[in-house]
Ligand binder design. Structure first.
Ligand code: NIG
Ligand code: FE
Length: 390
């Protein structure tokens, strides 16, 4: 594959402090060279080496591709009516998930695959070059198995959300559902996934049930991540830390002890402000988390119930306006933070050796992602060195 030089970059976000200013490793008037699927050179545009192809950015900003570490793309149907009812005052509860479970079970593999493709194309246009995909709308062995298989056609980051909500046939006997998940679902589905997830929340699964599911996943070689503390203060954060989870996601309702536990752990707090926006939930206290030294990622949480968006730029704008993150913190969280949440050392930064995943904006700097909310600023996306969309 030919080498490519991106030159005359107005502001380059490298996320490598050794290459530029601050935690984002910012450089002005910069260039980047890709060789095949890898970044091989970063420096001043004036010093850029020749390459087989040259792309003139005309002073536009270039960032690492966004790393979406939390999405639920394997589903059928939508819940626009539930959203409208919520906007008229009905609160969000975990039970709405069952509507999507029914629609997903009734869908064909081809229908589910087409939805995943459509939403991945949408997220790519918004700049996401890596997308984690969860199962969780099947909640039978066969339906979860086909969900992780379909997800695995499109990403290496497949999560078995084995326990999302007790399905209707297990109403009132969540313990029996958990027993089935541990004995049958996880052994069958684990070879198709990298991660195990559980919705630890009132109306979904309690601490002991969540612990059982995550432990069974770990015993089958999966690494835990947790939906925790989304709607209420609960045991999700502590459980995630205790089990060495890669991330605990949502964390909108946390105690001082939860923040302390996260700060002293390798567990990333993944904030999903578009879910809080679409459910009128309180936003997480990102300032308290960041000021305590917690590693924070941002995700869009695309799903038909709480957050039917694939746009990390929208989440960056929300994180800055509503979570009081600085624009630099929000951009880091949607790139390097997502990579940390997925325990990936090859993405989330633009420095030699990293994967050639990059986004060029129709703007001179990354600040415009928050400064110009709702404007589709992503102009070009390279994934593995290939121009993926423009
Ligand atoms: O991340 N919280 C649990 N799961 C999804 C919502 C699922 C749904 O409502 O369909 C979330 O918000
Ligand atoms: Fe989620």
């Amino acid at each position: 594959m030919p080498t490519t030089v991106l030159r005359d970059i107005g502001t380059l976000v490298t996320n490598d402090p050794a290459l530029g200013n601050g935690p984002l490793g910012l450089r002005r008037d910069a260039a980047v060279v890709f060789d095949d699927a890898q970044v091989v050179w970063v420096g001043d545009s004036a010093d850029a080496p020749a390459a087989d192809q040259a792309v003139d950015l005309d002073g536009r900003a270039v960032l690492p591709g966004f790393v979406e570490s939390h999405s639920h793309l394997v589903f059928a149907g939508d819940r626009a009516d539930e959203f409208a009812a919520r906007m008229s005052g009905r609160p969000y509860g975990a039970g709405g998930i069952r509507t999507t479970i029914a629609a997903t079970r009734a869908a064909t593999d081809e229908q589910l695959d087409a939805t995943v493709r459509r939403l991945l194309a949408e997220s790519l246009r918004a700049g996401s070059t890596t997308v984690e995909i969860k199962s969780g709308y099947g909640q039978t062995v066969d339906d979860e198995w086909r969900s992780v298989r379909i997800a695995g056609r499109h990403t290496d980051e497949v999560t078995l959300l084995a326990a999302h909500v007790p399905p209707p046939e297990y109403a009132g006997c969540a313990d029996d559902y958990v027993t089935m998940v541990c004995a049958e679902m996880i052994p069958r589905c684990a070879p198709e996934a990298r991660w195990i997830d559980v919705f630890c929340e009132q109306g979904a699964f309690d601490r002991d049930q969540s612990h059982a599911v995550l432990s069974a996943g770990i015993a089958h070689g999966l690494v835990p991540r947790v939906h925790g503390n989304q709607l209420h203060q609960g045991p999700g954060v502590q459980l995630a830390v205790e089990l060495g989870a890669a991330s605990v996601d949502h964390v909108a309702h946390v105690s001082a002890a939860d923040i302390d536990a996260l700060a002293n752990s390798d567990t990333v707090a993944t904030l999903l402000p578009s879910a809080d926006f679409c459910t009128r939930n309180s936003y997480p206290d990102a300032r308290a988390l960041l000021d305590a030294g917690v590693t924070v990622a941002l995700g869009a949480d695309c799903n038909p119930g709480t957050s039917y968006t694939t746009s990390l730029p929208f989440c960056i704008a929300l994180a800055v306006r509503e979570l009081r993150m600085t624009p630099d913190e929000a951009v880091w969280a949607a790139t390097a933070g997502g990579a940390k949440a997925l325990r990936r050392g090859d993405i989330g930064a633009l420095s030699p050796g990293m994967r050639a995943d990059a986004v060029a904006l129709d703007a001179p700097s990354h600040l415009h992602l928050a400064y110009r909310p709702g404007v589709p600023l992503v102009r070009q996306v390279w994934r593995g060195g290939v121009l993926a969309s423009n």
